[in-house]
Design a protein. Structure first.
Length: 341
């Protein structure tokens, strides 16, 4: 149950992280031809626009003696914050970009067989020559496998004087559709993406999984019922003579049933932390196999999900002891206490 629920919680957490940490913009506009700072300034004065940041995105091939990788290289000022970096190796993103090196994801670094300080050959469609660049830092990304560098690197790789081809715009929510339309009307606009609309589509797709989430959780609790019932029933059967003796000397069935319940709940309390830990470790191993260049999933489960699973587990444990308790109530004392030869 923990492993299953962790999958759905991890997907929700991945989208939340993408929205609140990784991508800090409202509208992204990509243009076919590079442009200068004047367009950035003009858009910044539009109604509904709170802030504009510019970048240059170019297709790039990275090569080492071990492997090669083709992807998108995003070049921006080191102070730009339209993207949030989770640096796992190397200096902070601003320092890494200021150094003139590359910020790679762990997936790409593993594929190329490089680490911080190693050199990677980079080539873009604008030039046929390879440029050696140092790996300045390695980051963990939620979705995709972007590569980042500063704008000086973009000029070295392309030789272009114009600095940008992409705008990241922060908008007033009520005027976002108008800003999107105006960006799309600019000559050379290739794509205009509203992050809220993109996330809404993802969320809509995730809603289809709610039924399967409940189904799998119910199946997990059903399995727990079977295991607990068999364990408790075997325990009562083994202690039939002991229970019969207790009833013979005057112990009430209610007190015996309460003792069985307390023992059952204590076993559940002792097993719950271990089960939670093993479930998360299993999820972690599973997600490490599922993660790719497209997305990275890490094991995560919400505290509310843990509470729901624990409550469900204890309800299952209480239900599973009903047949054994009925066995105690209907116990034939003469047969239960007779001497076994």
């Amino acid at each position: 149950a923990v492993t299953t629920q962790s999958m759905f919680d991890a997907m929700d957490e991945m989208l939340d992280r993408f929205d609140s940490f990784s991508e800090r913009w409202d509208v992204q506009a990509v243009f076919a031809e590079p442009f200068g700072a004047a367009r950035t300034s003009d858009v910044g004065h539009w109604a509904g626009v709170r802030r504009v940041q510019a970048a240059f995105i170019v297709a790039a091939e990275l090569r080492t003696d071990r492997a090669s990788y083709q992807g998108a290289l995003t070049c921006a000022a080191p102070t730009a914050d339209f993207h949030g970096f989770d640096i796992v190796e190397g200096p902070a993103s601003r320092e890494a970009l200021s150094s003139g090196g590359l910020v790679l994801t762990g997936t790409i670094a593993d594929k190329l067989g490089v680490g911080v300080g190693d050199t990677v050959g980079v080539k873009t469609p604008y030039r046929n020559t390879w440029t050696d660049l140092r790996v300045a830092a390695i980051s963990q990304e939620t979705l995709g496998a972007p590569i980042y560098a500063n704008l000086d690197v973009a000029r070295r790789l392309t030789g272009l004087s114009e600095r940008y081809n992409t705008l990241y715009v922060d908008t007033q929510a009520a005027l976002t559709p108008e800003v999107k339309e105006r960006l799309g009307d600019i000559q050379g606009a290739v794509s205009v993406v509203v992050k809220a609309e993109m996330l809404a589509r993802f969320t809509e797709l995730m809603e289809f999984t709610d039924f399967y989430q409940a189904l799998l959780l119910g199946f997990g609790l059903a399995m727990a019922f079977v295991v607990v019932y068999n364990t408790l029933n075997a325990n009562v059967l083994e202690r039939t003579r002991e229970i019969g003796t207790m009833r013979t000397i005057g112990e009430s069935t209610g007190r015996i049933a309460w003792m069985v319940t307390i023992e059952n709940l204590l076993l559940g309390l002792a097993a719950a932390p271990l089960g939670l830990w093993l479930g998360l470790r299993t999820a972690d191993l599973l997600y490490s196999q599922l993660s790719s260049e497209a997305f990275t999933i890490t094991a995560y489960i919400r505290p509310t999900s843990v509470a729901v699973i624990l409550v469900g587990l204890f309800v299952v444990m209480l239900l599973s002891e009903i047949p054994p308790v009925l066995r105690i109530v209907r116990l034939n004392l003469a047969e239960a206490t007779k001497v076994m030869e």
